[in-house]
Ligand binder design. Structure first.
Ligand code: AHR
Length: 494
């Protein structure tokens, strides 16, 4: 069967910018997120540049990763930056108490992180330690990274980097309601004011300060942070993960799921719209001019980790379902682009909903990677209003509109349209009335697969990948697209 959907795009009513920082990536000292996945060391047989594996860096460059958030996550609120600078042989080996109880060699520290940033061509989002570090330690770290002069700048130079680095974003702790210190909202807001006071950018530079925001629907947290600390902040974060099969702790399998698991996860992804709407309404009360941005700096699917993997490493396979979880989120962020000016999927390599999986010298790009690549024209594009009237897709207790979408006018001046068909059983023909677009041809690519849980493996790395799409036509101000079941389609109008 083929379901009909109607939609409108108003290119003559351009909306806000879709900030490229929505495509920020998160790299935590967790499992093989850093060690093995990014860092292999200069002496490794795996081809690398200054210790970072070339295959992964090239893949990340191809995504135009705008920003990388580091070193955590929960890891950040126990991190002592001084242990990660200076000669490698002097760096203490610690226990990673959050993630697997394994040793943390401190081999990747501040200098190595900025080398990664340089190679990828990204900006830095450094998360500070509010949990068990002092305001002085945080201030000194910021000075060490950014100051052009003084004894900390001299120390940085002695450690191999004379020029100050640019810290575009600085996180004032992470999840202060949980692993960052189990604080109550009032206390966390006061601590945020205090710590933020001492994050100082050298003259002529700017560091955007992002406070640790709410968990999921903790609206009291957002209310309190905004009421108490908003003047000290540039951004406030929000963390929300998709946990099918009943929430926390994560128990749903990443691969061996049925259609109910598919629908559960996609309904979970759609929930991001409601969460942002409600957090934004609170922020609007205190900040009607939308000066403080909402940074959804942890999102994505969190399943039971893959069988046989190290406990606490959060390693999970990534299927076609994850591709649609990603596209649904990216469409939701378009609807809220005026407030949501940064987001970070968790996480970049080998952890949770990753772009890239590695095993020794092997590397594979996930379906999620391909969605991020297909949405590249959204980076710093202008959002175009899109309204979609779609039939419902239902399975068991999960019901949702079958079609998700977003549209932008790219920096290339062209109109780009993304459409996802969440229905795994039926194709869907979408008829879109185009306002203010003078297009005579359309090209595109489609990402789909034979089964809802199809995924790429090291042995078969290209099973799920975008291929040219011929199911769209444009004529007389109307775009007609036949979306295959369970697919993501991205189009370019000419
Ligand atoms: O991304 C994994 C963990 O999830 C992060 O360390 C933490 O911030 C969140 O709870």
């Amino acid at each position: 069967d083929n379901q009909p959907t109607t939609a409108t795009i108003q290119a003559d009513k351009p909306g806000p910018v879709y900030h490229k920082e929505v495509f920020t990536q998160f790299a935590e000292h967790l499992g093989h997120g850093i060690y093995g996945g990014l860092w292999v060391g200069k002496g490794s047989k795996i081809p690398n540049t200054n210790g970072f594996r070339n295959d992964v860096v090239i893949a990340l460059r191809n995504l135009s990763v705008p920003v990388i958030r580091w070193p955590g996550g929960c890891f950040a609120d126990e991190y002592n930056w001084r242990e990660g600078i200076g000669p490698q042989k002097n760096r203490p080996v610690k226990i990673n108490t959050h993630w697997g109880g394994v040793t943390e060699p401190n081999t990747v520290g501040t200098h190595e992180f900025f080398e990664l940033i340089r190679q990828v061509g990204a900006e830095a989002y450094v998360a500070g330690n509010v949990g068990n570090g002092t305001a002085r330690e945080m201030a000194e770290w910021v000075e060490y990274m950014t100051s052009p002069a003084g004894s900390l700048a001299d120390e940085r130079a002695r450690n191999g980097h004379k020029e100050p680095w640019r810290v575009a974003y600085f996180g004032v702790g992470n999840e202060l309601w949980g692993c960052g210190g189990n604080m109550r909202a009032e206390f966390a807001a006061d601590e945020t004011r205090r710590y933020a006071t001492f994050i100082k950018a050298p003259a002529g530079t700017k560091i955007l300060k992002v406070a640790a925001g709410a968990n999921v629907d903790d609206y009291n947290w957002t209310e309190t942070m905004m009421r108490v600390a908003a003047p000290q902040l540039d951004g406030l974060s929000l963390h929300y993960y998709v946990h099918p099969a009943g929430g926390w702790p994560p128990r749903a399998p990443a691969v061996d799921f049925d259609e109910s698991g598919w629908a559960d996860a996609l309904a979970g992804a759609r929930r991001m719209d409601e969460l942002i709407t409600k957090h934004t309404a609170i922020m609007d009360k205190y900040d009607p001019d939308k000066r403080v941005f909402l940074a959804v700096d942890e999102w994505g699917a969190w399943y039971a980790q893959d069988p046989g993997t190290h406990p606490g490493f959060l390693r999970q396979q990534n299927t076609l379902r994850d591709a649609l979880i990603a596209s649904v989120h990216l469409d939701i962020f378009a609807r809220h682009a005026d407030r949501v000016r940064m987001t970070a999927i968790a996480q970049m390599v080998n952890v949770l909903q990753a772009m890239i999986l590695t095993d020794g010298s092997k590397m594979v790009l996930t379906p999620t990677y391909h969605v991020f690549e297909m949405y590249k024209p959204w980076q710093d594009a202008t959002v175009l209003p899109i309204e979609i009237k779609s039939p419902w897709y239902s399975k068991d207790q999960f019901t949702m509109p079958a079609v998700s979408g977003s549209a932008v006018r790219g920096k290339d001046g062209k109109v780009h349209v993304a459409l996802s068909n969440l229905d795994p059983n039926q194709a869907n023909t979408v008829t879109i009335n185009l306002g203010g677009v003078n297009a005579s041809s359309v090209t595109g690519r489609v990402l789909t697969a034979s089964a809802i849980n199809t995924h790429n493996t090291f042995d078969a790395p290209e099973v799920v990948r975008p291929v040219p799409f011929s199911g769209a036509t444009v004529q007389g101000g109307q775009l007609s697209v036949t979306l295959p079941a369970k697919s993501v389609v991205v189009l370019e109008l000419q």
